[in-house]
Design a protein around this ligand. Structure first.
Ligand SMILES: *Cc1c(COP(=O)(O)O)cnc(C)c1O
Length: 361
């Protein structure tokens, strides 16, 4: 048995080792409370400090101004697919959606289920979502523009955000939040299921510009209303305390060990280019995303045959490299190389890929 493997899972995904160690060390007696973090009251000073620490660190890392509130909501990113249209499109107005793959399509579906008059302003479906659309004609009456900044399954990512002409963007950043600095300019809301890049499953981080709260109607269920979470510091009911605590530790690691998002971005670029350069120089491995649209977080690639892909994934596990199977909907292989995945993991992966190619050829 390997002690710990290099974990390339797409989500839940790798967490920084120092974070896991800190959880372990403080688990039985959190801050001299005589209890673990999973046992203290969410109304206690202990937990208040935890959630406020997570919020403050988020604001510092993303350089948020006072117009933004940081919320923690259960139900994952998938819940946000329904909450955004429910909260922002109550008066019959429309929103624009960019369809760049599976998760965008699910967001579109959840708005359509509610009979919200949304428009798909651009889609990359014509080429199996291998690229990010450009020069998108937005409807100037749209309340918001929804997009998925990083497409976890298809392995594409917006290199920079589109120009929406000041229409607020609502962005699903589940798989690239905190991986790079973000220009908050026209961003109305960011949401991210924690389990990809910032913590364990069980919570979705929502960063909302407060003017959007004016759109929220009174006649929707409390637990589906952003106003409820904003007014109660995400503690209208019991929040997912352990998940929020872990997020706070991950953000502390990002600030204090990594040194912020510019540094993280540099590391992530280095990691991704090591892997893409190797793949591009090989006749055996083929990257599936177009250059210019490639994700720095999820590197998707194919081998010459499905049988080879299967044995690649199996042999990789024998070599301490886990989670390389592509999403079941697309097949192939995928290395998810989020913040917590170190350059050593990429080097070991590339060495293994060389060896596998040699033995297969
Ligand atoms: C994983 C993922 C989701 C779904 O997240 P859940 O928290 O499981 O609902 C949504 N969007 C993107 C981009 C994802 O990567």
């Amino acid at each position: 048995m390997h002690a710990r493997i290099h974990n390339f899972n797409a989500g839940p995904a790798a967490l920084p080792l120092p974070v896991l160690e800190e959880i372990k060390d403080s688990f039985l007696n959190f801050k001299e409370s005589g209890m673990s973090i999973t046992e203290v009251s969410h109304r206690s000073k202990w937990f208040d400090d935890v959630i406020n620490d997570a919020i403050e660190r988020t604001k510092r890392l993303l350089k948020l101004n006072d117009r933004y509130k940081v919320l923690f909501i259960q139900g994952g990113a998938s819940m946000q697919f329904c909450m955004a249209p429910l909260n922002f499109l109550s008066d019959g107005r429309s929103a624009d959606y960019i369809n760049t793959g599976t998760w965008s399509a699910k967001a579109i579906k959840e708005a359509e289920i509610q009979n919200k008059p949304i428009k798909v302003a651009a889609s990359s479906e014509d080429k199996n979502f291998c690229y990010i659309p450009e020069n998108i004609p937005f409807n100037k009456d749209a309340v918001y523009v929804h997009l998925t900044s990083n497409n976890t399954i298809k392995g594409t990512q917006f290199e920079s955000l589109p120009d929406t002409g000041h229409i607020p963007m609502v962005i699903d950043m589940s798989s690239d939040i905190m991986s790079r600095p973000v220009d908050m300019g026209d961003i109305g809301m960011i949401y991210a299921g924690a389990q990809k890049n910032i913590g364990p499953a069980g919570v979705c981080m929502v960063i909302i510009r407060q003017d959007l709260l004016d759109l929220v109607p009174d006649n929707i269920p409390s637990m589906l209303s952003y106003a409820t979470f904003a007014n109660k510091n995400s503690m209208f009911n019991t929040p997912p305390c352990f998940s929020i605590y872990t997020i706070a530790l991950v953000l502390k690691w990002l600030e204090e060990t990594i040194g912020g998002l510019e540094k993280m971005d540099m590391l992530n670029r280095k990691k991704a280019s090591l892997l893409y350069d190797f793949i591009d120089n090989s006749d055996f491995y083929n990257a599936t995303a177009e250059k210019g649209s490639r994700s720095l977080m999820n590197v998707t690639f194919r081998l010459p045959a499905a049988g080879l892909e299967k044995s690649f994934v199996e042999k990789a596990i024998d070599n301490g490299l886990g989670g390389l199977k592509g999403h079941r909907s697309v097949g192939g292989c995928r290395a998810s190389i989020y913040n917590a995945t170190g350059i050593d993991a990429i080097n070991d992966l590339v060495s293994f890929m060389k060896l596998f190619e040699k033995n297969a050829g």
